[in-house]
Ligand binder design. Structure first.
Ligand SMILES: [Zn+2]
Length: 129
């Protein structure tokens, strides 16, 4: 039995190294996997958001997200995440819906952030948040 240094395998098997390589999901904070910024579930949700936005009401939007089979809790975390600092998914979608709504109601012109917030409060009333 020759003495081996014993350090040769450390880099491959070091759990600390592996955990630094495992990134957290930008949206839900769960492990996203190697080099991923977004976990599988949130990727699915993002794809669904793209499908649904502009086509459904807010309620329909939530239903559509739930149809992915992902936990509602997780969907809510996802909606409130703001990884790019551009506003959460929820706020972005609500802002889009608000402009649609205003077009429908015949209100022209730009909406102020205050107005978005006001309308969001109104919209938010039917979801128990
Ligand atoms: Zn995630």
């Amino acid at each position: 039995m020759g003495r081996r240094d014993g350090n040769q395998d450390v880099t491959l098997g070091d759990p600390r190294l592996r955990s630094t390589m495992m990134r957290k999901c930008d949206y839900c904070g769960e492990r996203a996997g190697l080099f991923g910024r977004v976990c599988g579930d949130c990727k699915k949700l993002l794809a669904r958001v793209e499908e649904l936005r502009g086509k459904v009401s807010y309620g329909g939007f939530l239903d559509g997200l739930e149809q992915t089979g992902i936990d509602k809790e997780k969907i809510l975390v996802f909606l409130k995440a703001d990884p790019d600092g551009k506003g959460s998914v929820q706020d972005q979608v609500t802002a889009e819906m608000t402009s649609e709504l205003m077009k429908v109601m015949g209100i022209s012109g730009r909406q102020s952030a205050d107005e978005v917030r006001r309308i969001r409060n109104v919209l938010g009333k039917d979801s128990e948040e």
